[in-house]
Design a protein around this ligand. Structure first.
Ligand SMILES: *Cc1c(COP(=O)(O)O)cnc(C)c1O
Length: 379
């Protein structure tokens, strides 16, 4: 089957038992054993595996070209299970421009358990190479990065990591499997905040972890089942429904984003626009090589940050709120919101300052979005 069809039909397509087009929500937590040591379709207790979650996981594994996926109650829960595959004393390289919550999880939680992290600009293969230590066991990449849209050459980094026996994880939240397939480029793990594009409607908190190699199935299954952060049936069903429209949502969000970038680049109060689809983006060559689209995330720096609090109050179509990837356009102030957990010196050095705003473009009429930006920025 072709790619776009897989998004709509998922793993099973029409139910063989009932003919239902929509996969059922199996709310049940426990499953009957026909006899000692037997079960009907591999299910015993929902923390380990449950039918609706399994259908979502199988659909996502199919779309990411992986062998197995797990769905969790949040993106952070997925990252947390991934990071526990490492041992005390292991070192990881991490993209320095990344979601603030991931930085907080690594520094405030996992450093305490003996893991060490170095934050580097992973869009530079030289800097990645220079960060390698004898105990480097993995790299965690966000590409495009949040919020400054740096693009990491996944294939080049994966080749280098293979040489030193380290694994590669890519947070694929910004582009989704529709526009980017990190496992095909040599990554070992893909992570999603499914709360964002995959969910797409700002109504489900969820995460996912997908693997390329079967050797990870057992350790991750044990961790996911032991910790119990796995996703419930109703939320799994919402994600299954969302996957069906992911391709059209992303196409429309990208189309709107391209129009908004054109508008922003001519705006006298905007100093710089960060969008991976921009012809002048410094990593354009890598983007064209490894992705099939640019997505709907734009960051932009104002010439003057003083008016930001007032500007944020003026939006009427776009909503001032954290999060991204939904059908509704949201504007965020990364310095205070998504990246508040990152130390000030690091933020300033990267350019996440009082002038930077991030726009997650929705599927509204783009002229309404442009008019809203126009009036909000007019003060
Ligand atoms: C939101 C986000 C996360 C965290 O996901 P939650 O679902 O909020 O736990 C991780 N990575 C990226 C890139 C995100 O945008």
């Amino acid at each position: 089957m072709r790619e776009k069809t897989n998004f709509v039909h998922g793993y099973s397509g029409v139910s063989k038992d009932t003919g239902a087009i929509s996969f059922p929500i199996y709310q049940g937590v426990t499953f009957a054993h026909p006899a000692l040591g037997e079960n009907t379709r591999g299910f015993a207790y929902a923390r380990a595996d449950s039918p609706t979650r399994q259908e979502f996981e199988r659909s996502l594994a199919l779309l990411e070209h992986g062998v197995r996926a797990w769905a969790f109650s949040s993106g952070m829960a997925a990252i947390s299970v991934f990071i526990k595959l490492f041992d005390v004393g292991d070192h990881l390289i991490v993209s320095e421009d990344l979601y603030g919550g991931t930085y907080r999880l690594f520094t405030e939680v996992y450093e305490k358990y003996g893991l060490t992290f170095d934050y580097v600009d992973t869009s530079s293969p030289e800097k990645v190479n220079a960060a390698i230590k004898p105990n480097t066991k993995g790299i965690f990449i966000e590409t495009p990065s949040n919020p400054l849209m740096h693009v990491t050459d996944i294939k080049a980094v994966a080749e280098r990591m293979k040489e030193i026996g380290a694994v590669v994880a890519v947070d694929n939240t910004f582009l989704s499997p529709y526009f980017q397939k990190p496992l095909d480029l040599g990554a070992d793990f893909v992570i999603h905040s499914a709360t964002k594009y995959i969910g797409g409607h700002n109504d489900v908190l969820a995460g996912a972890l997908i693997v390329k190699d079967e050797k990870w199935i057992e350790p991750i299954f044990t961790m996911a089942m032991s910790e119990g952060g796995t996703l419930g049936p109703s939320d799994s069903w919402l994600l299954l429904r969302s996957l069906k429209t992911l391709t059209v949502r992303m196409e429309r969000q990208q189309e709107n984003a391209i129009r908004i970038v054109e508008y922003m680049k001519k705006h006298p109060k905007i100093k710089r626009v960060f969008y991976v689809g921009d012809e002048n983006h410094p990593d354009r060559e890598v983007t064209l090589k490894q992705t099939t689209g640019f997505g709907g995330m734009i960051s932009f720096a104002l010439k003057n940050g003083e008016k930001v609090p007032e500007i944020l109050k003026r939006f009427q179509v776009i909503t001032f709120a954290e999060s991204l990837g939904g059908v509704e356009s949201l504007i965020t102030y990364p310095m205070i919101q998504t990246h508040g957990a990152i130390p000030k010196e690091m933020r300033e050095r990267l350019g996440v300052n009082d002038k930077l705003l991030r726009l997650s473009v929705g599927i509204e009429d783009v002229d309404d979005l442009i008019e809203d930006l126009e009036q909000a920025l007019s003060i």
